[in-house]
Write a protein that binds this ligand. Sequence first.
Ligand SMILES: [Mg+2]
Length: 285
Amino acid sequence: MDHGPWTMDHGPWTMDHGPWTTSHVPRTTLHGLPSIISVLSRVMRSSIALLLVAASACASSGTPTMRATGSAPVAARQLPNDVRWFRTSAEYRAIARQTYLLASDRLPELSRGLAPQSWAVILDADETILDNSEYEVRRSTVDSGYTDASWNQWVNERAATPIPGAVDFMRRVHELGGRVVIVTNRAAPLCGATRENLRGIGVTADLVLCEPGSQSDKNPRFQSVQHGTAAPGLPPLTVVAWVGDNILDFPGLSQESRNDPNVLSQFGRRFFILPNPMYGSWQTR
Ligand SMILES: [Mg+2]
């Protein structure tokens, strides 16, 4: 299952996400076009250009991504601004990499003096490790928002792609002797598909804790990791850092934390947050 059709290396789901992004098909099919045409005669130029346009059109209309979604592509400019920014902006990708690089650079100090395998980093999954913006695109085309049925279908596709910087960060945790624990509010019945999706993008997690029943509060699961009760055979772990896209991904925090400078000062030190303009607990305010 690690190398199914949804993986980065072997399947139709590419880093560029889909045919509506600026970096998709034209980049690979038309690179070098001006330099080639410049050496051809005017007559040949017209003929060659027509052939290339036709070839490009065929490539676009037959992309695996389009077959996989079973729906017409959505132009980036037709997307809601939040989804469009998340999927297509340079700024989002830069921020994600910046956050993970900062977290990675902090690891040696945070884990100093701790025995190998005695410490861990806890990460959220959705929009922290897994990019589900394709799901948001699909929902935006039908204007019906989130539904359990559509979400379950999406998760079972195991098609979420990696957030920039996430996989390298978790690899670094392991290199330094730490453990990777993922605490997600994906429902327990979806945990198998979630683990397979994670493996498919190159994530090796020591433990994935999904939502038990309807207990969305992550704090009990954080504590179970620290107390050694999270899973059989897993000892108490010193959690040195948390990574998430929602304030509720951090121990003891909530939207009320926005006015607490002592809490906020932990960000960039042992808490590392990614932007998510598409959804989150901020919507409740
Ligand atoms: Mg999340």
